[in-house]
Design a protein around this ligand. Structure first.
Ligand SMILES: [Zn+2]
Length: 108
């Protein structure tokens, strides 16, 4: 197969780019944080459900927890959050506020 027929990014034709990470936006949490812990879920697969017929342990990745506020996201949820953030505009990263402005809607 002629490799030039394969679109860039498709299997067999990975996109080669030199990325300056300083120019790449980091995904952000709703709180403004941009660092995340990887979260893993560990599941036990009973023998009856296991393809091998033996009980197994499964490690599931795919969640990230915001270092600042503890919110947990899947990658697709995090992508939705980026859209929300874009719509509402840039937000200053706020230090912990003792009262918190979210909640009851009781304005002064
Ligand atoms: Zn957060």
């Amino acid at each position: 197969m002629d490799k030039s027929q394969i679109p860039p990014g498709a299997p067999g034709n990975p996109v080669q780019v030199n990325i300056n990470l300083d120019q790449v936006p980091a995904m952000m949490c709703r709180c403004g944080g941009n660092r995340f812990y990887p979260i893993q879920q560990i599941r036990t697969v009973p023998a009856v459900l296991s393809p091998s017929g033996k009980a197994q342990i499964m490690f599931l990745d795919g969640w990230r927890e915001c270092v600042l506020c503890g919110a947990v996201y899947t990658v697709s949820e995090l992508q939705k959050v980026q859209e929300e953030i874009k719509k509402r505009g840039p937000v200053l990263v706020h230090a912990e506020s003792p009262e918190g402005s979210n909640g009851n809607g009781n304005k002064g």
